[in-house]
Ligand binder design. Structure first.
Ligand code: CTP
Length: 397
């Protein structure tokens, strides 16, 4: 993706350097446009060194800046797949909301047809001022995306809203805004389950598994990028991704409750959660003491969420599941597909150290007519995109 990163004059400008590096390391082409005020906080050399691209701007005092030919703003506006302004000051928001074009960045913002994303950072009183809020509303009407600032300790010493959002979260939002859509998934409501469940034994002990939830989160991101409206039901501790409703669920029962409630309103579901198949028969109110004799844990079965969704599935809905298998992979997957009334099962071979927690993974899709060509081996984010593209090519528009 070609990302034009506009950096304006706020103390959070130093964080834009980190963002430029993150995006470059993820394989994106990143070109920075620094305003005069931005250049008081961070140098063009920093940004050019991190991105391997020239840093653009319009400050004649900085001899290392590229001289600006008159059509540079148009060239850059056309080059970008997405324009992101991080951090955005009240001044640049005001300029863009009112069509003012006084320097390179503001002219690019007027000239570009690429999606535009704003990550503002400023003092709380400025952020809450009606002038800024009205400008933001205008920018939203133009179709621009806003990554809201976080609350926290600000450079001015005050505590409140106005802190630049988390850099990883902004990078995720840029990816969501700049990705090409997949027509069969645009506007589709998709439920994704992800992560481990946790079943308490007592106030300090619990039963869980080694799933991180990363794969399901990457699938949710890939669906979002494709244009789907995603609702993520998430176990574990990983941060919720940008641009989707996320319901946190701790236990199999809580995950079941969330999914059962959401499923009737969904077009499809991908169940990637590692749900506990058993839970302790009872949860002790106090921390259990070690006894003298042998001890046994009594477990009872949890409900199978995917099976429940399969039973409730309407003809227009689609349902995809996973099978983590260590033997007879494809035969077991075919049985699971029929038993749970699924449209496809993705088989994850967990024998020989593959699967949980490993970087490169392979998934074999299994349909009613049989196994398909494997997807991967790929890192989880790329594998998730391959999975979503594979399904998007099969799903009815
Ligand atoms: N799953 C679920 N609810 C459960 C258990 C599993 O929704 N209580 C879903 C998982 O999200 C996954 C699929 O079922 O998509 C397959 O789970 P897996 O652990 O491979 O196998 P099981 O179906 O539990 O069957 P078995 O343990 O017999 O292999």
């Amino acid at each position: 993706m070609k990302i034009l990163l506009g950096i304006t004059g706020g103390i959070a400008a130093y964080k834009a350097a980190e963002l430029a590096r993150l995006l470059t390391n993820r394989g994106h082409g990143v070109r920075c446009v620094l305003t005069e005020a931005g250049a008081r906080f961070i140098t063009p050399l920093t940004l050019a060194s991190l991105t391997g691209e020239p840093c653009y701007g319009a400050n004649a005092d900085h001899h290392e800046w590229r001289p600006s030919p008159s059509v540079e703003h148009i060239e850059l506006a056309r080059w970008a797949d997405v324009v992101a302004v991080v951090p955005a000051t009240a001044n640049i928001l005001g300029q863009a909301a009112n069509g003012l074009a006084g320097d390179l960045l503001s002219t690019i913002l007027l000239a570009t047809q690429a999606p535009v994303l704003w990550a503002p950072a400023m003092n709380t009183a400025m952020w809450e001022h009606p002038a800024v809020q009205v400008n933001l509303e205008r920018l939203k009407v133009f179709g621009h995306t806003l990554v809201e600032p976080a609350e926290g300790m600000l450079a001015c010493g005050e505590e409140g809203a106005g802190k630049l959002a988390d850099i990883e979260f902004i990078a995720d939002a840029i990816r969501a805004v700049g990705s090409p859509r997949l027509p069969t998934l645009v506007g589709k409501k998709v439920l994704v389950t992800s992560g481990p469940t946790r079943e308490d034994l007592d106030p300090v002990r619990l039963l869980t598994n080694r799933s991180t939830g990363e794969m399901g989160i990457e699938i949710a991101r890939a669906l979002r990028d494709a244009g789907a409206e995603v609702h993520l039901v998430l176990g574990g501790d990983l941060a919720a991704p940008y641009g989707m409703e996320t319901t946190r669920s701790r236990t199999a029962e809580a995950m079941m409750g969330a999914c059962a409630g959401l499923w009737p309103g969904m077009d499809g579901c991908i169940a990637a959660a590692a749900v506990a198949d058993q839970k302790p028969q009872s949860v002790a109110a106090e921390k259990g003491k070690k006894g003298d004799g042998p001890e046994n844990l009594v477990l009872v079965r949890t409900q199978d969420i995917l099976m429940h969704l399969g039973l409730q599935k309407k003809p227009a809905q689609w349902l995809l599941g996973f099978a983590a298998e260590s033997e007879h992979h494809l035969e077991n997957a075919q049985v699971k597909l029929a038993k749970k009334n699924l449209d496809a099962v993705f088989v994850n071979d967990i024998s020989a150290g593959k699967g949980f927690g490993h970087q490169a993974n392979t998934l074999t899709p299994v349909l009613a007519e049989g196994p398909q060509a494997p997807l991967g081996p790929l890192p989880k984010d790329q594998l998730a995109s391959a999975l979503v593209a594979w399904w998007a090519a099969r799903v009815e528009p």
